[in-house]
Design a protein around this ligand. Structure first.
Ligand SMILES: [Zn+2]
Length: 662
């Protein structure tokens, strides 16, 4: 007597991807509701179970659906937006500003649906996602019928869905509470990375994940620069640093782990962290090569991910599996490393373990959820098939099959695609909605790109100080006149410093854009040692208001931002047409003269070697005050002892204060 099953799939090359890589041909699987009742040889399964719905798989490969271990699904809407850039310029210069402007729950819903359509087509049944408005991502995924770990992103700065990290944490808490027992969605906590989170955030997110017993998703050790910065700032590389913040109290899924040493791999293993290896993304962003074979050797659970569609630029897991195998072989110089069955294991059972869902999906075993795909292995590009060794089927799948060979997809016992037809999503509608977003984002970026100021504001932190600046600059042959001249009864010294300054001026074809100055200020102590270093970015006003009286210059508009990024970042982001470097020693006095505040700078220009210059500056917020200060400035110059001003080198004026536009 046979038992009833809801559906039986038979006449397949059945790859279970279980721990023994059990393979049945012809194999069959019996499904009841959301789970697998039986899996094995067709004769055995059909002797035990019968069903009204029996599907003849016609000799195709029946295997567990693929697990995309790391993505940002909604970024399908940003696919191809900005490419061929370094990670920091790409992320801080383009992705984050556009995300702040456009990402909403509507955006995330649409972007995630598009991603689901693409992933179903390529045989993905489960993915680990990190993004904003993750509730919308969860809903879209559940509606599409896919399984996912959905992690709500938390950052130290304002994100599209939270004004600060406290709000982000609160939203995450509500999200976890609401979705924790959903059949398809595993909610999770997503501190973006150690460099976009504070120590507090890392600690709080770990304890939140622990409290709800949910996974914690994070990007770790993605680039060499990230690790170097961690060493500089925290005195240790990334993995020990996050360990110190008790991050591994949670069940961690770490994306990338490109730059980790053996000790760090052991730390990850010891804390049962999963790793998401992202071959395309690491290749495209030239992040380096993750030591995957070393990770596998020690028993770390390594899954394979596509990363977001803006850094890949697709969600094709077949491509990722192949690349994972190829890269591991190439970088180790050993073609026997990461063989096809292992590559496919990483994308199925081990991937599910890495994303902390190993108990319910990733292999075709009795009791697990019915998450499976059918792959056509009779196509021109993946035929013929050799049967001498059973492993040949894995080679066929890993080295010559395409995502478009996936014909049918089932998740949780429900069909999402039958014979290449999507059953839960309408691609035509999704594509036209995506095109509308692309047009709006293009318009936004076109407007931003034509102004240096708006590009500066877009990367955050620029504070506008629209003040008037009064300044006199004169060349001085004897600097001692100035050093002794400031020490006189009429001048009250408030503050005195010595700096060594390196300035890089970016100029642009359109002179009305002004100059952007990247300044590295080394404060020099009494014993000539460097006491502190500060980096500032200043957009010097495009307009020079004029000279009055005679040598006193009045300029307007300067926008100052702390320079959080490297000079290289700004060079690649702003793309200046010319760069000028100036190096000088500066003695600086902040003084009061006739009750007004001035800065007196005595510069020794070392590069170019132009000698000494005295600069007297003062800032004010009204033009009338500026006129008054201009008169007092001249008086101050005279009282310091500079009576016969020598005309300032024209070169120097040009560099520091651009001429008025014609
Ligand atoms: Zn990522």
């Amino acid at each position: 007597m046979t038992h009833d099953a809801d559906i039986i799939l038979k006449n397949a090359i059945l790859l279970t991807m279980d721990a023994n890589l059990s393979l049945y041909e012809p194999g069959a699987i019996a499904i009841q509701g959301d789970h697998i009742l039986a899996v094995g040889n067709e004769v055995d399964v059909c002797a035990q179970y019968s069903s009204e719905f029996t599907l003849d798989c016609q000799g195709k490969v029946l295997m567990p659906g693929l697990i995309n271990a790391h993505t940002h699904a909604a970024m399908t809407l940003l696919r191809g937006l900005a490419d061929d850039l370094r990670l920091d310029v790409w992320l801080m210069g383009y992705m984050m500003p556009v995300e702040r402007q456009f990402v909403s729950s509507d955006f995330v819903r649409l972007g995630t649906k598009l991603a689901c359509a693409e992933m179903i087509r390529s045989g993905v049944t489960c993915f680990a996602d990190m993004y904003y408005f993750e509730e919308a991502a969860a809903q879209a995924t559940a509606d599409a019928g896919l399984r996912a770990v959905c992690a709500q992103t938390i950052l130290k700065f304002p994100g599209p869905d939270a004004r600060d990290y406290e709000e982000a944490l609160e939203n995450t808490r509500l999200f976890l509470g609401k979705w924790r027992s959903h059949p398809l969605i595993q909610p999770a906590v997503g501190p973006h990375s150690p460099y976009t989170c504070t120590q507090d955030i890392l600690r709080l997110t770990a304890s939140l994940a622990k409290e709800f017993d949910v996974p914690l998703l994070i990007h770790l050790s993605e680039t060499h620069q990230e690790v170097e910065n961690s060493r500089k700032e925290h005195g240790m590389p990334v993995i020990p640093y996050v360990k110190k913040q008790d991050l591994f109290d949670a069940k961690v899924l770490a994306a990338h782990c490109v730059h980790v040493d053996e000790g760090e791999i052991k730390t990850l293993l010891h804390h049962k962290a999963g790793v998401a290896h992202n071959p395309s993304s690491n290749l495209k962003l030239a992040s380096g090569f993750a030591p995957v074979s070393k990770m596998l050797e020690v028993g770390l659970k390594v899954g394979i991910g596509t990363d977001g569609p803006a850094s890949n630029n697709d969600l094709d897991m077949f491509e990722e599996i192949r690349l994972a195998a190829f890269i591991s072989k190439s970088t180790s110089g050993d073609p026997t490393t990461l063989p096809a069955p292992m590559a496919l294991t990483m994308a199925t059972r081990m991937g599910a373990e890495a994303i902390q869902l190993g108990a319910i999906t990733g292999s075709l075993e009795v009791g697990k959820r019915a998450d499976l795909i059918l792959v056509d292995n009779f196509r021109v590009h993946n035929s013929p098939r050799f049967k001498r060794e059973p492993e040949a089927i894995y080679s066929q799948l890993v080295y010559s099959s395409h995502s478009s060979d996936v014909s049918d997809v089932m998740v949780n016992g429900n069909w999402l695609m039958r014979d290449h037809q999507l059953l839960t999503l309408n691609e035509t509608d999704l594509l036209s909605a995506a095109a509308e977003y692309a047009q709006r984002i293009d318009t936004f970026l076109l407007e931003r790109e034509h102004s240096v100021l708006s590009k500066l504001i877009a990367i955050g932190g620029a504070s506008e100080e629209e003040s008037y600046e009064v300044q006199v600059k004169v060349a001085v042959t004897n600097p001692e006149i100035v050093t002794s001249g400031v020490n006189q009864p009429g001048i009250e010294i408030l503050h005195h410093r010595h700096y060594h300054e390196y300035d890089t001026y970016f100029s642009f074809t359109d002179a009305t854009q002004g100059y952007l100055r990247y300044r590295e200020d080394e404060a020099i102590g009494p014993d000539d040692q460097i006491t502190s270093v500060r980096y500032r970015l200043t957009l010097l006003g495009p307009t020079r208001e004029g000279n009055f009286p005679t040598d006193v210059l009045l300029s307007r508009s300067r926008f100052i931002a702390p320079a959080n990024h490297s000079l290289r970042f700004y060079r690649e982001y702003f793309k200046p047409t010319q760069e000028t470097v100036i190096e000088k020693h500066r003695l600086r006095w902040r003084i009061l003269y006739h009750g007004l505040e001035f800065f007196i700078n005595l510069d020794r220009m070392d590069n170019p070697a132009l000698g000494h210059f005295l600069e007297v500056k003062s800032r004010t917020w009204s033009r009338r005050d500026a006129e008054h200060k201009a008169l007092v400035t001249r008086e101050l110059i005279h009282s310091i002892g500079i009576t016969n001003e020598i005309p300032v080198s024209q070169d120097y004026i040009e560099i520091v204060n651009p001429p008025a536009p014609k």
